[in-house]
Design a protein around this ligand. Structure first.
Ligand SMILES: [Zn+2]
Ligand SMILES: [Zn+2]
Length: 135
């Protein structure tokens, strides 16, 4: 996503772009980014400062660390970037900054849902879907 700095004015501009997930190379052993990463940026300028309100939507194939099931998740994240025009050249390119934000906000623990009940430690039954038979 590239935009000429001179074109950024006080009034917000909205830009959207789809980036192939593999181009951002974010996947880890238990999270795989699939399809496109959708960027939607609202960009405006106040004095020497450029404000970027970005919404990044990604689809992730995860393996839940509690119940070990595979799940697909669509994750929407909002980021706000502040940039000084003096630090920029003629163009503003926010892709790398947004990629870094996604990396910094990578989940410490990957779960299929926040209230995943996990597996029974004894019989390994998936407590989200099965009844544990141990007593
Ligand atoms: Zn789970
Ligand atoms: Zn059990």
């Amino acid at each position: 996503m590239r935009i000429e700095v001179d074109k950024i004015k006080e009034e917000e501009i909205e830009l959207t772009e789809d980036i192939k997930a593999e181009n951002w190379d974010l996947s880890s052993f238990d999270v795989k980014f699939v399809g496109n990463i959708h960027l939607c940026c609202r960009i405006s300028r106040i004095g020497k400062e450029i404000v970027v309100n970005a919404e990044v939507t990604s689809v992730r194939e995860i393996v839940c660390s509690r119940c070990l099931t595979q799940a697909n998740q669509t994750v929407k994240q909002d980021f706000k970037l502040f940039l000084n025009v003096n630090d920029l050249g003629n163009f503003l390119d926010v892709d790398e900054a947004l990629r870094e934000e996604v990396l910094l906000n990578f989940p410490m623990k990957v779960l299929c849902s926040p209230d995943c009940k996990g597996l029974c430690a004894v019989c390994k039954a998936n407590l989200n879907t099965d009844k544990c038979k141990c007593k």
